[in-house]
Unconditional design. Sequence first.
Length: 69
Amino acid sequence: MLLDSPSFPSVIVATKGTMARMPTVHPTTFVAFKLWMANQTDREAHKRRRDVLQADAVQVLRDKYLPQF
């Protein structure tokens, strides 16, 4: 899932203020992967809760700031 997803260009800022473009996982793929992880019954409960929270947070950010994706 993660390896087959389209890349997503992201700008990162170093502590000294320099910037660079870094390809990362597409937000939609990240949400799908985290929800898949949260549904794995053999995964620890606290990790499953964290996966859902992370998926929800990225979904809100994507919907609000990146509606084109």
